[in-house]
Design a protein around this ligand. Sequence first.
Ligand code: AP5
Length: 220
Amino acid sequence: QQSGNVNAMFLGPPGSGKGTQSERFVRHFGVCHLDAGTMLRAVAKAESELGKRVRGLMNEGRLVDDQTICEIIEQNLDKPECKKGFLLDGFPRTQAQAERLDDMLGRRRQQLNGVVEFAIDDRLLEERIVGRLMHVPSGRVYHEKFRPPQVPGKDDVTGEPLTRRSDDNAETLRTRLAQYHEKTRPLTDYYGRRHLMHRLDASRSQDQVWQDLLRIFKQA
Ligand code: AP5
C-alpha cells in the first residue's frame, strides 16, 4: 500500500447522505468511488437473467446476493482511478460481504483507514428519500427542498433532466431500512472491534457533515 492513500468506507441507512458526501470526498482526496448501488443499477438495466433478478430485488428494497456484489466490487478495486485509494459507499452490507472484503484487501496488501457511520433517526429519512432528484449520468444528487437545482427539474451543470429512483418511495424505504438495521448496522461492531469506526451526526447540514469527514480523515 502506498503511503498517503485513503481507503475509506461509508455505512449508513438510505438517505443518510452517503452519496452526497461521496461527491466531495472523492474530489478532495482523489480516490475512486466504489458505489455499490450505482454499479448494481447498471447491472439492473440489462435484460439478462441477472439483470432481471437484480432489478426485482432492488425495486423491492431487498439486498442483492452477496456473490454478485462482491464480484463487482472486486473487479472495480483494480481500476487505475483507485491507485490513490478508494471510497466504499454501500458495500459491505452483510457480515459475509465484510469477510469477503477482508480477503480482497488482504490479497492486495491493502488496509482500510477508517469506517464512518452516518447516524440519523429513521424518522428523518422519508422526507429526504421522497424529495430526492438524481442526475444519473454524473451521479449528482439534489433534493426538492434541501438542495434544489437552480432550474427546477434540471441538472445545474448540463441542464439535462433530473429523475427519481424507482426505489425512492415510502413503502420501499421501509424494507430498505429494515434490511439496514438487521444486516448492515451490526457491521459497526465488526469494524469497532478493529478500532476503525467513526460515528457522525448525519442529521446536520451537508457542510457540517463534510467538516466532520475532514476531521476524521485529516491524518490519513
Ligand atoms: P444504494 O443506491 O446504495 O442506496 P442506499 O444505501 O439505500 O442509499 P441512498 O443512495 O438511498 O442514500 P444516501 O445515503 O446515498 O443518501 P443521499 O446522499 O442520496 O442501494 C440501493 C439498493 O441497491 C439497495 O436497496 C440494494 O437492493 C442494492 N444494494 C446496494 N448495495 C448493496 C450491497 N452491498 N449488497 C446487496 N445489495 C446492495 O441523500 C438523500 C437525499 O437527502 C438527497 O436528496 C440529498 O440531497 C439529501 N441530503 C443529503 N444530505 C443531507 C443533509 N445533510 N441535510 C438535508 N438533506 C440532505
